[in-house]
Design a protein around this ligand. Structure first.
Ligand code: URA
Length: 433
């Protein structure tokens, strides 16, 4: 068997055996299969898909490329959440400390920016000193001690996903149900969790836009989780506009801190409470969504969730003073504002265009080894449906590069459409699977 043969069979739409998939995935994780052959294989899967049997083999091979964490020494139901990726999706930064403050242990392996979407690890790394590369023993000790830890894939933990994820980010091969299942579920099974809530995004800013395809993705993810003995639930949620008011790593940390201090914004808080409520139900801490949301809201109000975030940052070597002292974090070198040129309503805000523009500002990667500008990004002052008067500030752009800032002005301007009619805003949570 050679990589050439297997890539070409997948190109033809043939079904590969578990051994053939294992050959490719373990070869890539171990470094014997080069990037260019894995990139070709990923593109073949992107176009031809995989059968359920192939997808299950992919998850297994990716999982077995590293170790599975044994969390049995930590008491309680270990629970996590994972998103299929969106724009301005900073939910994990608020949700993980919130649910940990409620008493459920959270062992979280997250990802970096992927395609047009941001990543929790890049956001956390915008906090000076924050270390996402903890050894497994330290990860476990921290969860036992403060109730949560957020780390990256590594040489020991799902190394296949670590490398495939970085490659998919820059080869436009994210939008694929089997590849998303392999990536997400290998990480989640490796964590040693008992329960999982998945945030499956739909709409223009999601990787899978179409609602029927999203249902397929949600069902696949749930069935892989259940097969692995994890109580799994998926919420299909709206990504037709960015979540919250900021896109960009440090901007999103700042906004998460405001949300953790019970200062909104409404959409971020509501989605966090809904996802958290399902985590509390699976974790057997609440009977129903309303009761769970009330419990969680009280932890935002009394400061417990924010304090837990500070504990997390300090435990992983981060400088918490940037969260505690306003204006301590340095500002981006360059900024620009865009104003409304007519009266009306914000008819649409294209999250995909803004996600791509933020990469152009420096907030994401176009090549695997690109260095991120943590301060780069955009701040939205009006969301969909807001009424607008000519001259109102719509958006601010930030970057440490003037050239990058100038290059994205037009794209960002055209991503926000003002119309005469107030648009219908889709429900934030559309379905629970
Ligand atoms: N999140 C992941 O971890 N992987 C994907 O493929 C998409 C979102």
């Amino acid at each position: 068997m050679t990589p050439y043969e297997l890539i070409s069979r997948k190109q033809n739409g043939d079904e590969l055996s578990a051994e053939e998939i294992e050959f490719l995935i373990s070869g890539f994780a171990e470094g014997t299969l080069p990037d260019y052959q894995m990139a070709a294989f990923l593109m073949a899967v992107y176009f031809k898909g995989m059968t359920d049997a192939e997808t299950n083999s992919l998850v297994k091979s990716m999982l077995e490329s590293g170790e599975t964490i044994d969390t049995s020494s930590i008491p309680g139901i270990k629970v996590d959440k994972h998103s299929t990726g969106g724009v301005g999706d900073k939910v994990s930064l608020v949700l993980a400390p919130l649910v940990a403050a409620a008493g459920l242990p959270i062992p979280m392996i997250s990802g970096r920016g992927l395609g047009h979407s941001g990543g929790t690890l890049d956001k956390l790394e915008s906090i000076p000193g924050f270390n996402v590369n903890l050894p497994v023993e330290q990860f476990l000790a921290q969860i036992a001690d403060i109730g949560l830890s957020i780390i990256s894939q590594s040489e020991a933990l799902v190394p296949a996903d670590r490398k495939m994820y970085a490659l998919r980010d820059v080869t436009a091969t994210v939008r694929s149900i089997p590849l998303m299942c392999g990536s997400i579920m290998s990480k989640k099974i490796a964590e040693g969790i008992n329960a999982l809530v998945l945030d499956v995004k739909t709409g223009r800013g999601a990787f899978i836009n179409d609602i029927d395809e999203c249902r397929l993705l949600a069902k696949s993810l749930v069935s892989i989780g259940e097969l692995a003995g994890i109580k799994t639930r998926a919420l299909i949620t709206d990504m037709s506009q960015p979540l919250g008011n900021t896109i960009g790593n440090w901007l999103e940390v700042e906004e998460s801190v405001r949300c953790l201090k019970n200062e909104g914004p409404d959409d971020l808080e509501e989605l966090t409470l809904q996802l958290g409520a399902h985590m509390l139900i699976l974790g057997e801490m609440s009977e129903n969504v309303e009761d769970a949301k009330k419990k969680l809201k009280s932890l935002l109000e009394d400061g417990s969730a924010f304090n837990k975030f500070v504990e997390l940052v300090e435990a992983q070597g981060g400088d918490s003073s940037v969260l505690l002292e306003k204006n301590k974090y340095p500002s981006a070198k360059f900024s620009e504002d865009i104003f409304a040129v007519s009266d009306g309503y914000v008819e649409s805000i294209d999250p995909y265009a803004l996600g791509i523009a933020c990469i152009g500002l420096g907030a994401g990667r176009t090549k695997i080894d690109d260095v991120i500008d943590h301060k780069a990004g955009v701040e939205l002052f009006k969301k969909m449906g807001a009424s607008v008067t000519r001259g109102d500030k719509l958006v601010s752009l930030y970057s440490d590069s003037k050239e990058k800032l100038d290059s994205q002005l037009n794209a960002i301007n055209s991503a926000i459409v003002i119309g005469n009619e107030k648009p219908q805003i889709p429900e934030l949570v559309m379905e629970v699977i």
